[in-house]
Design a protein around this ligand. Structure first.
Ligand code: FNR
Length: 346
């Protein structure tokens, strides 16, 4: 693979910098949300069912490995491990952006390893919002993908000296949704979405979104580290956290599948995100961190324990199923109440 390709080099730096800035602490606002336990859960731990529907397919737990990488030799190794893990856990896995494959088809294997390692699992292809419908279909075909993610990354592009400056995406998204025959998920990359964004997406036919909010991986910071001209980290102040984005999505939760990601660190974060309206919850930074610092086997142990703890929390709140989580009593702190009030969300 041509090492000197700038886009590929950028992908390698992303892996390195995301890990460099990873912290166990999350800024996702989950500390502003309390779930209340039930003193009388009236269930047996063994009755708890973590299985849930993910865009028409049953998955073993309400979590997925979100978009991370592809293109380089390192990406291939990483995607190979990521897909083996997803297969073992019975959860969906996404590719990183496949833009590099359209330019350099020789990078193909760094993406196809996701499917080869996981022939019957739920695999998601990923393209940018400026990919055309033909490329989107090509990405789906290459991975025999079960769904397609289109990522929205305006802040990230603006924080890069070589980044895009034109952001007319809606027409393109509409074309892709109309022409691709697997479910399309429009996702952010960690800066969240507002109700206005969801309305725009709804109007062009989008029915599945990943609000991917602020709290974990911060591309304003990552690109600023790569950008020697200016530090644009402060652009992240414009973001919405995953919790704020889920509040923003309230009006759309009965019409769209709302997936959520951004800063997930603990099983409690997952349960809270589901309580706030997410149907499943994605993780990038956390799984990247574990795969980089420990072995595939150790990462599997970590995520098996993570999934086990989802059950314990569900038992504590009296939830036998993922649907039951949505009935758990919840308390917001004053700042979130003020947020919802100012945003006119009831
Ligand atoms: C990402 N993310 C991402 N998203 C996307 O749609 N296409 C992509 O190519 C990438 N690339 C990428 C690289 C790396 C190294 C990371 C860590 C993340 C964004 C990712 O899918 C997710 O939306 C955010 O990272 C927020 O979630 P976490 O990382 O806080 O769990």
């Amino acid at each position: 693979m041509p090492k000197q390709d700038p886009q590929m080099q950028r992908k390698v730096e992303h892996l390195f910098l995301a890990e460099k800035f990873f912290t166990e602490e999350s800024l996702a606002d989950f500390d502003k949300v309390r779930l209340l336990h039930s003193a009388l859960p009236e269930l047996n731990l063994t009755d708890i069912d973590l299985k849930t529907d993910f865009l028409g397919t049953q998955i073993d737990a309400p979590i997925y490995f979100n978009a991370i990488t592809g293109g380089s030799k390192q990406s291939k190794e990483f995607n190979s491990e990521l897909s083996q893990l997803a297969k073992k856990l019975g959860i969906p896995v996404s590719s990183g952006s496949m833009g590099v494959f359209f330019r350099l088809p020789e990078t193909k294997e760094s993406f196809t390893t996701l499917r080869e390692n996981n022939p019957t699992g739920f695999v998601i292809a990923n393209v940018s919002a400026k990919a055309n419908a033909k490329q989107a279909k090509q990405a789906v075909d290459l991975l025999k993908a079960d769904a397609l993610q289109i990522h929205l990354n305006a802040i990230q592009e603006l924080a890069m000296p070589e980044g895009d400056q034109e952001f007319y995406w809606l027409h393109n998204i509409k074309q892709i949704v109309e022409q691709v025959d697997v479910p399309v998920i429009v996702k952010e990359v960690g800066f969240g979405m507002s109700q206005v964004d969801l309305d725009k997406l709804w109007r062009v036919g989008v029915r599945n979104v990943d609000i991917s909010g602020f709290g974990g991986t911060d591309f304003a910071k990552i690109e600023s580290q790569r950008n020697h001209e200016a530090d644009l980290t402060y652009l992240d102040q414009l973001s919405l956290s995953i919790v704020e984005s889920l509040i923003e999505s309230k009006l759309y939760q009965d019409r769209m599948t709302i997936l959520a990601s951004g800063g997930i660190r603990t099983p409690m974060d997952v349960i809270k995100a589901i309580r706030l309206g997410a149907s499943s919850v994605g993780m990038s930074g956390l799984v990247l961190h574990h795969l980089q610092k420990s072995s595939l086997e150790e990462t599997e142990v970590f995520f098996r324990e993570f999934i086990k703890q989802l059950r314990l929390i569900m038992a504590s709140i009296g939830a036998k199923s993922i649907a039951d989580i949505k009935k758990a009593p919840i308390v917001f702190d004053e700042s979130l109440i003020s947020y919802a009030k100012q945003r006119k969300i009831k």
